[in-house]
Write a protein of this length. Structure first.
Length: 510
């Protein structure tokens, strides 16, 4: 089918698009900011339509010629009268899609009880109702907490469990919740195109487990190999206070945490399982909560987080990660980021970068590096004794002292993954790019993902070392390249003086 996906820069939409392509569908995406998609792997496989859902002309052009529309855009965490804006956008899409002859809407909303709802749940229900009344047959899925690497719900669970050895919690930790793995959500979304064309209704979807929120927190702790956390229910924690609390102890901004916390005031459990009558369950069955957590943690360990809550465009959200830098999506991260211009060429700086470590050293305060190596050895780690395979050339996967070469773009970029003992995970990036003046720009990033409170305390405890080590590395790496550059120029001048012609190219001389 020829399908349109709205919300393609979001958490679910960004994962759905490649799965629709894999299933053989032609995909057009409707986005406000196409540059956000410039580095996603499927960029060249889709048609990109630019515009806003409030703009009827842009919506009209976007739906022209498509058979189905995935409506995955919503104003989670927005300011002002977002309910009116969401209703208006849905009505515009409904009107233009009906006029264009679209044959199917697919929408993802939230599980909810009858009666009074939070603003966000009420708005999502209303959007679904608009689409169901549109005259275009609509599949409106209703899901609870989505568990996957980078999802807001999972990140809230992960961070609060990592950080707090004891959890003060609101009363709603006792509410029943039916989480669903993101892989199962995506399965149902893709399968919606195969549901009979005349079906127009909501379907509750959920995983196989019904848990209390406190059980979900400690289920994560087990999978993360952390001690289970004692939980104390505090009646004074209102949704607003709870949102502030999550904002303090996790990187999730308050405006993004608030709608999720508000939805947890209610029991989010499937009230019907009619979806089983029209869509067979995934091969192997639905994914249980603990397995979904395990899969999410595995994705994070291997740096395969496809999309993250950080992609959301919110006034209070941390800056979006670059699409070309997906490995850092979905994490609390501490970064030491330094840059320096060098008179040496990019090629000369790269030669220094690629020769770093082993007997060549780390171009900074040897005693501090040695001390950290001794600490690692005392803790059972590899220390600085492994050295390197080749004194000048690296290959992806090489051991380099206590690092491992994780990514190598020769001549431009080196990423090292730490294998020393610490309560977290660390990387060191070194990048060099040519400058307009014939020199180069060197950038160095030390990146640390803490595990729990110990990881955060560890980062702050070694900041004094960082204040010595990393500035020295930047200065000495570029200085070494400049000395090599001066030596090369001096050698060339001497050759010219002795031979009356320029020195031949290095390869020819060799």
């Amino acid at each position: 089918m020829h399908v349109l996906v709205t919300g393609a820069t979001g958490y679910i939409g960004g994962r759905l698009v490649p799965r629709l392509l894999e299933a053989g569908h032609d995909v057009r995406v409707f986005v406000r900011t196409p540059r956000k998609l410039q580095d996603v792997p499927w960029h060249d496989d889709v048609e990109i339509a630019e515009g806003d859902l409030q703009d009827a002309a842009a919506v009209r052009a976007a739906v022209d010629g498509v058979e189905a529309v995935y409506y995955l855009a919503h104003a989670m965490g927005a300011d002002g009268d977002f309910e009116h804006a969401e209703r208006q956008a849905a009505e515009t899409m409904a009107r233009e899609a009906r006029a264009a002859g679209v044959r199917r809407f697919v929408y993802l909303g939230g599980l909810h009880p009858d009666g009074a709802l939070s603003k966000h749940l009420r708005s999502r229900k209303e959007v679904g109702d608009v689409l169901l009344r549109s005259g275009v047959p609509t599949i409106a899925y209703q899901a609870g907490v989505v568990i996957g690497s980078g999802s807001t719900s999972f990140e809230m669970i992960r961070h609060v469990t990592d950080v707090l050895p004891w959890m003060p919690a609101p009363r709603w930790v006792r509410n029943r919740i039916q989480p669903i793995a993101v892989r199962d959500v995506l399965y149902y979304l893709v399968a919606a195109l195969d549901i009979p064309a005349d079906v127009n209704r909501t379907f509750d979807i959920g995983g196989p487990d019904v848990l209390r929120y406190g059980q979900m927190l400690n289920g994560y702790a087990v999978e993360a190999k952390l001690p289970q956390r004692p939980i104390s229910v505090l009646p004074v924690l209102t949704p607003g206070l709870a949102a502030h609390w999550f904002n303090l102890v996790t990187p999730i901004p308050r405006k993004l945490a608030t709608p999720i916390i508000e939805s947890l005031q209610f029991e989010c459990v499937q009230r019907e399982h009619d979806i089983d009558d029209v869509v067979p369950r995934p091969e192997g069955g639905l994914t249980g909560y603990r397995r979904a957590v395990r899969l999410a943690l595995s994705r994070m360990r291997t740096g395969e987080v496809e999309t993250s809550w950080r992609n959301a465009t919110l006034s209070a959200t941390p800056a979006d990660p670059l699409p070309s830098d997906p490995d850092w999506a979905g994490h609390t991260v501490y970064v030491d980021d330094r840059k320096r211009h060098s008179a040496a060429s990019a090629e000369e700086v790269w030669r220094v970068i690629e020769s770093i470590g082993g007997d060549n050293g780390w171009y900074s305060f040897p005693l501090a590096w040695a001390a950290r190596g001794w600490m690692d050895k005392a803790a059972g780690g590899v220390g600085l004794n492994r050295g390197r395979r080749d004194p000048q050339r690296l290959e992806q996967g090489d051991a380099l002292d206590w690092w491992r070469v994780e990514r190598l773009d020769r001549g431009r970029y080196l990423r090292l993954r730490a294998e020393f003992k610490s309560p977290g995970r660390a990387w060191l990036e070194m990048t060099v790019t040519p400058a307009d003046d014939g020199g180069s720009d060197y950038r160095q990033r030390a990146i640390y993902f803490p595990q729990g409170l110990a990881g955060r305390l560890y980062w702050y405890s070694i900041l004094p070392f960082h204040g010595v080590i990393f500035p020295g590395m930047v200065e000495r790496i570029t200085a070494a390249a400049e000395r090599e550059s001066e030596h090369t120029e001096s050698t060339g001048r001497n050759w010219t003086q002795q031979n009356g012609k320029p020195e031949p190219a290095h390869e020819e001389a060799a």
